[in-house]
Write a protein that binds this ligand. Structure first.
Ligand code: 5GP
Ligand code: ZN
Length: 119
């Protein structure tokens, strides 16, 4: 996917702060953070969004994506003397879902109290 900015980040053609990566998943910091911790967990392989996953065929990638996101969220949102802990995972999907980059990514937000409903 030549035009996809996240594919370019995966390929190292656009700089990003890479937190970790393996064969299937890469984690970067969001360039416009909405919380003290704001990470983007995405598959190395290009998928436009959750609707582009073939159920069954890509289940392992989806499970891995969420396992990595949950681990990082739990670590960043750890309970402490200053905070009750917790975090939020967000997957904006499609235009009405607020998706602006068409390469699937899970937002990991932590470090502040989140409100509900989101805008
Ligand atoms: P979406 O709106 O699609 O759910 O989220 C896209 C996210 O990608 C936004 O939070 C935006 O700040 C982030 N973003 C957009 N372009 C770049 C970029 O070039 N580098 C990084 N690190 N984040 C980006
Ligand atoms: Zn892509």
């Amino acid at each position: 996917m030549q035009a996809c900015i996240f594919c370019k980040i995966v390929a190292g053609e656009i700089p990003a702060t890479v937190i970790e990566r393996d064969d299937d998943v890469i984690v970067i910091t969001d360039v416009n953070p909405q919380a003290p911790t704001h990470l983007l967990v995405m598959p190395v392989q290009h998928f436009a969004n959750l609707n582009a996953f073939a159920e069954g065929a890509n289940d392992i990638v989806v499970a891995h994506l969420f396992a990595v996101a949950a681990r990082l969220g739990a670590s960043a949102g750890k309970e402490s003397a200053d905070s009750p802990g917790g975090y939020r995972l967000v997957v904006n999907t499609g235009a009405n879902g607020g998706q602006t980059v068409a390469h699937l990514h899970v937002h990991v937000l932590a470090g502040r109290h989140m409100t509900w409903p989101p805008g």
